[in-house]
Structures are given as C-alpha cells and as structure tokens.
Design a protein around this ligand. Structure first.
Ligand code: SGN
Ligand code: CA
Length: 534
C-alpha cells in the first residue's frame, strides 16, 4: 500500500519535532561530573592545606583554595578495604560485612556507582581497590591486585591483566587520563574513581624524587617518645612503634649486605625493591647506596633514642617522597579538567582511605580511633556551589560520600544507607546539618600491628572508646584540653558526668546504626570459624 500524502507530511513533522527534542536534550545542562581522588594512608599532616611543616602539596591544596577544606572529617573504621566498602555502600562495616582486610567484600551490597551507572552516568575506576574481587557498576576499571606494586605494577581489567613498566602513581594517572580523553562520551556525565596506592607502606618514591627527599630533615613530633602512660593495655601493646617495629630492610631500605655486616636479623622481605628492573635498581643504588654506607658507619654509635630519630627521618623521607608524585599527578588531572572546560561542572574530592601516624605516639600505621588515624583529609571543590577557600569544621565521615554523590546526581539514595549527604554543607547551608557525634568500630585483631578491637563515639569535645575481646578497657579523652590524647581521663572523678553522658550517647548511636555486642560477638565467631583465633 502506498502511503498517502498526508501520512508523509505527518511523518515528516514527527521527525522534525523529535529531532528538536533531541537537540533540546543535548543542550540541557548536564548533571555534574564527579571525580573522586583517594590515596592510601595519606595523613592530613602531609597536606600543606592542613599543615605545611612537612611538605608542600600545591596541587592538592588547589582543591581547598577553589573549594572547601574539612577539618573534622573522620573514618568509621581506620583500615583500607573496610574504608572503601563504607565509601561505596554508605553503610558502616558491621552492616556491609567488610569488617577487615581479610574477609571478602560481599558483592550483593548495593554501591553508589551501580546506582549512578543505572541513572546514566559513565563510570570508571583506576588504581587501588583492595577488595579481592572486581568492582560492580563500572563501565571500565583497571585495578591493582591487592596492595599492588610501586614499580612495574600489574593491573586487573575486565578483559585480563596488564603489566605496565614505570611508577604506579604516574601509571594510574596515565590510565585515568587515557579514559577521560579517549573513551568518555562528552554527552553524558561521568563519575571517576582515581585511587592511588601511594603513600602506603613500604613507601617507594619515584626516581625523580629520590635526591630531593633523602636530603631532608624533618621536625620531630612532640609525642615521638610517648610512654603510653594511662593507655598501658591499649596503645601500649600495639606493634607499630617506629623504633621497635619498623624494619630497617623492608621499610627503611637498608640492604642485606649491610644488615649482614652489622649482624642484624629481620624477618620482613625486601618488598618493593624486588620489582625493580636493572636500570631502576641502578638509579636507586645511586642515591640509596650512600645512605646505606652512612648507616653502616653510624650504627655502632647509635642508642635507642638516636636510632629512633634516624628511623623517623628515613621514614619521613620516603613517605613524603611518594606524596610528591601524588601531588604532581593530581595536578595533571586538575589541569586536564580545566583545559577541557570540564572543571566548571565537576565536583572533585580529595581524600584518603584513612589517616596515618607520622611519628605521633612513636607510631606508623593507623587502625586506632585516636586522632591521627581517625581523622582523614577531605578537600572538595565544586565551582559555583562551594564558596572558594571555605573551611568546614562539622563532623563528617567517609560514610557520607555515597549519599552525597547520589544527591549531586539527583538520584534518591536507598533508605538503608547510613550516612548523610554533604550537599547542604557544600552549599553553605550549615543550619541544615545537625550531627553532633560520630561512631567508630575497628575489628582486625588479633592481626598485624596488634591493635585491639574497639568501638567508640566522638563529639567535638570528647572521645569515648571501649576496647574489648581480650581486654575490657574504657578510655575518655578531652579533645579540647588534650588534643594529643595523652591522658585517658575515664577514671578521673572530675569527668564522671561526662562519662555517663557519653555512654548514653554511645548507646543511642549504636542503636541508630544497628550495632551491638551481639553483632560484635558474631564477628569474633567469624575469626574462630576461619581458624584465625581459638
Ligand atoms: C600491609 C602492611 C601493614 C598495613 C596493612 C594494611 N604490612 O599488611 O603495615 O597495616 O597492609 O594497610 S606490609 O608488610 O605488607 O607492608 S591497608 O592500608 O591496606 O589497610
Ligand atoms: Ca590504607
């Protein structure tokens, strides 16, 4: 049957109208892009926007200059994979099941990238995830297996593994920029997770930073020689003291030959050095060879105190050296967003999976609810929404990211997410923010670094912690009078009322977040079932 003239006219009109609609759709303001940058173990003390005594990080600082610096951001469980699970699910560890680095992530959890992908976002992840399984809800991912390697790292992708020669921080950025340049479709919003391995142990800087950083001497933290008084059974037994537990070989790069000559025996392997190719090793030897020679000469004259200081300096040189590359590479990504005109409609976050001890209390590592590992850096820029250069001191947590990103994308968050969208704070609407306390629970014990299981509550003024399992110890800190948390005042009669108020608040918070002793015991049972404890 031949179409009538009228049908042809109607069909033509329909085409014109629908193509206009298409055009209108293309021109409609696009939803904001989200770039989530996270490093591994990056202490706020090593970001100059927070503290410029150790290092200058001009590129990371740009995010605060153009946006907001959070001075009271914390994590709910200060360890890698659990923090990532909290971020992706918007649920506390006891609810998403990822309580430690050991148990696998339960992939039946709903994560915010899955919801954004469903809502039309392009999604990509590059760098360290540390879940033992692949992320869901990503159009593309290239992730490091487990902790990954600093040099010549292998990446897992949806289509197989690939190993790239070079330095992990540079490579993670190359992969990220490659996706932004070549596979991102300009007509859709995107959510990118750009996740650095650095500055995780064993702190291997890029060759271009060897010389500069190994020359430096850093100010000693005032609590480097903490004797753990009033915290004898909690902080005391932790195995993360720089003098006692940081190794010369694996951590501080003293070679087997030197250790043998000095008759020092250590259990930890050679770590990142094993991945060097001969050229990389030669470059490393040029700078670290003389350090080894000097140590060989000085060692005989060292006592505990001078060895502690030497170790601290060596630790800082390498730890901060790795951050120099992170900062440069963050700059590359920010520059790209600026150059492409993307920055204007992109929310950029810089954070770490948790804080870290840079010699405070004599420590490295994290895990405790004490300040340096509980607090995490958080800087966010979002042009036209955040007033540039704002400092925000409200108590926010990594628990809040999922709901924040969903609100930014105009997606309704599932009811069972436990955080709070930060959007009101980003908009400067502080009156809409009513949180006065945050909750914390750490589980990975008995394990490396021997930090006991504990949960607690923090308000701006106080912190109450309960250590359990093989101890039953309560601690209370007056955060205003004792910001370094050196005096546990739990048994001080002057604080009796505070203790009882804080305990009441803690009970309420545990109820609100659905945590309990029964659940804590189930997670202990899990260790028994796995044969990790008797
Ligand atoms: C490794 C490190 C620990 C560190 C954990 C967890 N030891 O096991 O020092 O606490 O990772 O870090 S190492 O000898 O292997 O370097 S996390 O950031 O992944 O949670
Ligand atoms: Ca970490």
């Amino acid at each position: 049957m031949k179409p009538s003239l009228l049908t042809i006219i109607f069909a033509g009109l329909f085409l014109i109208v629908s193509s206009c609609k298409e055009e209108a759709k293309e021109q409609a303001p696009q939803k904001p892009n989200i770039v989530f940058i996270m490093s591994d173990d990056h202490a706020y003390q090593a970001i100059s926007a927070y503290d410029d005594r150790l290092i200058t990080t001009p590129n990371i600082d740009r995010i605060a200059k153009e946006g907001m610096l959070f001075t009271n951001a914390s994590v709910t469980n200060s360890i890698c994979a659990p923090s990532r699970a909290v971020i992706l699910t918007g649920k506390h560890s006891h609810m998403n099941g990822k309580i430690d680095n050991i148990s696998p992530f339960d992939t039946t959890n709903v994560t915010f990238p899955q919801l954004l992908q469903k809502a039309g976002y392009q999604t990509a992840m590059f760098g360290k995830l540390h879940f033992g399984n692949n992320p869901k809800g990503f159009d593309e991912f290239k992730i490091l297996p487990g902790q990954g390697d600093y040099y010549n790292p292998r990446f897992i992708t949806a289509t197989g593994d690939t190993t790239v020669t070079g330095y992990v921080t540079d490579i993670t950025t190359d992969l990220t920029l490659d996706w932004l340049k070549k596979r991102r479709k300009p007509n859709k919003p995107f959510m990118l997770m750009y996740l650095h391995k650095a500055p995780h142990r064993s702190w291997m800087p890029a060759p271009r930073h060897y010389k500069e950083f190994t020359k430096n001497t850093y100010p000693l933290p005032s609590t480097l020689f903490d004797d753990y008084a009033s915290r004898e059974t909690t902080a005391g037994p932790a195995e993360m003291n720089i003098l006692k537990h940081m190794t010369l070989r694996y951590d501080l790069k003293i070679t087997d030959e030197v250790l043998e000559e000095l008759n020092i025996k250590e259990h930890l392997g050679i770590g990142g050095l094993r991945k060097f190719n001969p050229e990389q090793r030669a470059e490393w030897d040029k700078v670290y060879g003389p350090i080894n020679e000097a140590f060989k000469k000085e060692y005989a004259n060292m006592n505990d105190s001078t060895l502690m200081v030497w170790k601290y300096q060596r630790y800082m040189q390498d730890y901060l050296g790795t951050i120099a590359a992170v900062d440069e590479n963050v700059g590359r990504v920010l520059d790209y967003l600026d150059q492409e005109g993307l920055a204007e409609n992109t929310l950029v976050v810089y954070t770490s999976d948790q804080g870290f001890y840079l010699g405070e209390h004599g420590w490295f590592d994290k895990r405790f609810m004490y300040n340096e590992s509980f607090k995490t850096p958080l800087l966010i820029k979002w042009p036209n929404i955040i007033t540039p250069g704002t400092t925000e001191d409200e108590m926010v947590q990594n628990l809040d990211f999922a709901q924040t990103f969903l609100e930014v994308a105009g997606v309704t968050a599932p009811e069972d997410m436990q955080g709070k969208s930060l959007v009101p704070l980003l908009k400067g609407e502080k009156e809409k923010w009513d949180r006065d306390a945050v909750y914390y629970h750490y589980y990975e014990y008995p394990a490396e670094h021997a930090v006991k299981r504990h949960y607690g509550i923090a308000t701006k003024e106080y912190k109450l912690i309960h250590f359990y399992y093989d101890v039953d110890v309560w601690e209370l800190y007056d955060r205003e009078k004792d910001p370094q948390e050196l005096n546990n005042v739990y048994n001080d009669p002057a604080y009796a009322e505070v203790v009882s108020e804080m305990k009441e608040k803690l009970t309420e918070l545990r109820k609100k977040y659905k945590d309990s002793d029964a659940l804590g015991n189930q997670y202990i049972q899990l260790y028994k079932d796995k044969g990790l404890i008797e």
